[in-house]
Design a protein around this ligand. Structure first.
Ligand code: AR6
Length: 176
């Protein structure tokens, strides 16, 4: 499913964030240390190779709600944007921090003049953010920011499960 908001296409796809060769950058659901871990961060670091860990080390630690950008090394993309989402029930206010994460990722993409981005559902795995609330926040940020984006033209949410895809589809269908 996809929808157009101003000059930005928001697309929903089921898949693996490390297998999106047509995108300029993928977003990592990082940990504060920007190190390999489980979930998205583990997959991204495995696919990018040890150079990514070395590139991340001087940029860490980062705070919840912030993001940094690195090259993507052996991934098929040009860049990785590493976002630290809130741990649900711990990092507060979690909705503001999750919003800021997505906003910061868009800011970094605009600065680097990236045209296409792939986002996972940040904070909804190990960080336990309720999936529907997180999807609403992520999609609202994209729709709100679409009119002011000049480089970013394609935003793809790369979702791991049918359940996640359904939730995002329901919310995207109601937006705008
Ligand atoms: N591609 C797309 N989505 C994925 C992939 C993948 N390869 N792998 C998992 N997901 P998580 P968080 C989904 O836990 O909640 C790590 O250990 C997953 O099903 O990766 O922000 C880090 O080191 C879920 O829906 O991110 C951090 O410590 C979503 O991506 C911590 O987890 C996010 O799950 C970050 O936790």
């Amino acid at each position: 499913m996809e929808r157009q908001f101003h000059s930005v296409t928001i697309q929903l796809a089921k898949g693996d964030i490390t297998r999106q060769p047509d995108l300029d950058a993928v977003i990592n659901a990082a940990n504060a240390g920007l190190m390999p871990g489980g979930g998205v961060a583990g997959a991204i670091h495995r696919a990018a190779g040890a150079e990514l860990e070395a590139a991340c080390r001087p940029l860490a630690p980062i705070d919840p709600g912030s993001a940094v950008i690195t090259p993507a090394f052996s991934l098929p993309n040009r860049h990785v944007i590493h976002c630290l989402g809130p741990v649900y029930g711990v990092d507060e206010p979690s909705d503001r921090l999750l919003t800021r994460c997505y906003e910061r990722a868009l800011d970094l993409a605009e600065e680097a003049k990236l045209g296409s981005l792939g986002f996972p559902a940040i904070s909804t795995g190990a960080f336990a953010y309720p999936k529907r609330d997180a999807a609403a926040i992520a999609l609202h940020v994209m729709v709100q920011r679409a009119p002011s984006l000049s480089a970013v033209r394609l935003i793809r949410f790369v979702l791991f499960s049918d359940d996640d895809l359904t939730i995002h589809r329901e919310i995207l269908a109601e937006l705008g």
